[in-house]
Design a protein around this ligand. Sequence first.
Ligand code: NAD
Length: 440
Amino acid sequence: MNKIAVIGTGYVGLVSGTCLADFGMEITCIDNDTEKINALNNGIVPLYEPGLDIMIEKNCYYKRLNFSTDTKKAVEENEVIFIAVGTPPKEDGSADLQYVLKAAEEIASYMNGYKVIVNKSTVPVGTGLKIKEAIGDILKRRKVNFSFDIVSNPEFLREGAAVRDFIHPERVVLGADSQKAIDIMKEVYRVLYINETPFLITNLQTAELIKYASNAFLASKIAFINELTELCEKVGADIQQVSKGMGMDTRIGSKFLHAGPGYGGSCFPKDTKALTKTAKDNRCTLNIVEAAIIANENQKRRMAEKIISAMENVEGKTLSVLGLSFKPETDDMREAPSITIINSLFEKGARFRVYDPQGLKEAKCIFENIKASITYCINEYEACRDADAVIIITEWNQFRNLNLSKIKNLMKGNHFFDLRNIYDPEKLKQNGFIYISVGR
Ligand code: NAD
């Protein structure tokens, strides 16, 4: 099985397609965004992901990786077709399945023989069966009788480390009701299979739920440690030490226990909401996940309140914001804490000088409605010029070793809000800053 089509060339589709090409397969990445495909065909990578551009270039050179808008041709020429389109949240919190179902319908319209349709998008339990039904209906209308199998193959990659995560996954989950499809998928992932990556084979529903359960658990872990920060501040405890002490217990583990301004991104916020909606639809309540969602919103709001209360008033003040993307090493701004924090401070009359190593383009779209109050800067030091306060929201490595005396000289004021706890409080105080971090 060495020819595959991937429908949807976003963070997941592009990384998956490129890494599968690197495993030696011939991959066609499809997207209905002509601009994106044209850019990729001209050697321009439309998103920032470390190491991805080099890998794309290499696999295009060896002609194992192609980009196209021609879904019909891709469906006709490939037996295995991945779906990796978006599943954004709807108003009621449920996952919007229109793109997944549209992709499935397109596949059904062009099918010319047996196909394995592999869903990589994060979808609520039962979607695999919905896809099966939708395809079956179209084949019936077409009066053709091609057989096909649906596989749920949730993706666990992390933006910022996506290439490494895809090549060295901690597990590959495959949900299907057909042994034939599972055998084909093991062949697709042969490189991982022979490298002894654990494979978990389940039914469709279980695989779909594993993805949501994993994300909801991780989101709850972050929300848990973040919620403790307020108590730490009130009682004089240090959240860093609390995390460390907890993390030393292998039953708890040290990962995802770093206190900060709240989780964001394209997955945790929407997946936790979608999971609670699925539970409600099935007359269940997921109290812990619901609490994590609320705690996370509170944490983001609390960050703005901390800043306002420390500065007494931010009206007319210039705030330098370092880091806008939802985490380092990505340009993804979806649900980034910076959005809530900046908007809340804007409402209180603040102005901003902002810098992010990769997120500025996206930020300009997001903050379009308050653009008169935002100056986009070319580096962290320019962002600090004449600022009353510095706020580190995203812990890009280059913000970990700032030249503090240079910053102090550039600034008008001396408030330093470190929402990622990346600085030593004593050192900052010695440098003349009023230093405020999270939970310590
Ligand atoms: P994305 O928005 O970056 O990309 C989706 C792409 O699909 C877009 O380029 C869009 O133009 C394209 N598309 C939509 N409908 C299409 C169609 N009918 N034909 C061709 N192209 C079509 O989304 P993403 O971040 O890559 O996420 C994709 C899915 O993977 C989501 O369900 C998400 O929850 C899940 N996921 C994302 C991550 C992540 O870190 N981003 C990690 C794991 C899982």
